[in-house]
Design a binder for this molecule. Structure first.
Ligand code: HEM
Length: 151
């Protein structure tokens, strides 16, 4: 069961918004991903600006709609299908979840609690699970964990 405390996830995002760190967060996210996993760099275009913008847009939609995640489900399933078309290995979603937490710590420094970090991690895991449900065939089994959103 993936339990997501939506209040804590929003409090993380509010801290980022208050400091106007949204762009920085997505930039640090990709920087951290390629620092820890350099072989993944070739999967992305050399100019990351558009990619950063798209990720930011998805994060805004998901975090603001966390309590109504069902309504976002179709677009996340579609995003998952795109990732399968890109041949993204389902195991990499857990890698990206880890990176999302490291990036949050880097951007907010000490202004974040353990509980908030855990909530953030679980939110990424939940989004990943829905995206993986969008995978077809045998690979969709990686998205089978049930999700509970705590309001
Ligand atoms: C929570 C998980 C993830 C989210 C929210 C996410 C979000 C996105 C979004 C919004 C796009 C743009 C799709 C479009 O152009 O319509 C994208 C593209 C892409 N994602 Fe992800 N992604 C996730 C996981 C991953 C993982 C695990 C990988 C593997 C390294 C990955 C690699 C890529 C690549 C290679 C592209 C296409 C880049 C390009 O050529 O433009 N993503 N992702």
């Amino acid at each position: 069961m993936i339990k997501v405390d939506s209040r804590l996830v929003r409090s993380c995002w509010e801290k980022i918004e208050l400091a106007q760190y949204q762009q920085e967060y997505v930039a640090v996210f990709y920087h951290t991903l390629f620092q820890q996993h350099p072989h993944l760099r070739v999967l992305f275009p050399s100019d990351l600006k558009a990619q950063e913008r798209k990720l930011l847009e998805t994060l805004n939609q998901v975090i603001n709609g966390l309590q109504y995640l069902e309504e976002l489900k179709e677009s996340l399933l579609e995003l998952g299908r795109k990732h399968q078309d890109l041949n993204i290995d389902p195991a990499l979603f857990e890698v990206v979840t880890g990176v999302s937490v490291v990036a949050l710590k880097r951007v907010l420094d000490s202004n974040i609690t353990q509980e908030e970090l855990l909530a953030w991690e679980q939110a990424f895991r939940a989004v990943s699970a829905i995206m993986l449900q969008g995978y077809s065939g045998e690979q969709s089994r990686f998205g089978r964990q049930p999700i509970a959103i705590i309001k």
